[in-house]
Design a protein around this ligand. Sequence first.
Ligand SMILES: [Mn+2]
Length: 241
Amino acid sequence: MTTIFVADLHLCSQRPALTDAFVHFTEKTVKGCKALFLLGDIFEAWIGDDYLDPALQPVVDALKKLSQNGTKLYFQHGNRDFLVGQRLMDEIGAVLLDETHLVELGSQTALIMHGDQLCTDDIEYQKFRSLVRSNNWRTDFLDKPIAQRLQIAEHLRAQSKEHSSQKSQEITDVNPDAVTSALTQAKVQLLIHGHTHRPNIHEIELPNSMTAKRMVLGDWGETLWYIKSDDNGCHLIEENI
Ligand SMILES: [Mn+2]
């Protein structure tokens, strides 16, 4: 049985080729699989389940089709689409997961997350994250009219782009101690995440002299990235769009 993981597609109306690529991916690669895990930033922005950019309708339809055909869908929030809620989950037939989750993959267990919570050196971002994930901020934002929410989202996105361009590579990558402590707490030897847009497989020494693996999904753009887990193991795959 095959399980697929993706993150950081950043789908939006400005990138129609990626939307097409994702629909194709669901039909070609994910169809017939046991499960698809969407590990955050699937959407470039999400202002609430009561608004869907018409350009993203094919994505919703493709996901709905997968779940109707028996593939289990799971969704974790990214830093762009943290306002995805139960209404979208019900529509596409997916389960919304907590920000960290354990998945059984054959003989091993993987800890999965978007990955932004591991970037603890980016103090400014972590402050922003706590703010926008609070119930107060969320309720207040979702109460605003759609036009105003779209404006605020656009503004936040521009701000985030400007800030990230001024930050060093180390600050915006995961903190090694945060990785070790996440693995140790979860008592597993495999971590799968996205967010950093630095696709790779890292070997990690744990304090108990065990080793672990950190598999980082890549963002979609020039190519598409996914992790495939089946009887042959767990592999990070890059494909042309
Ligand atoms: Mn992200």
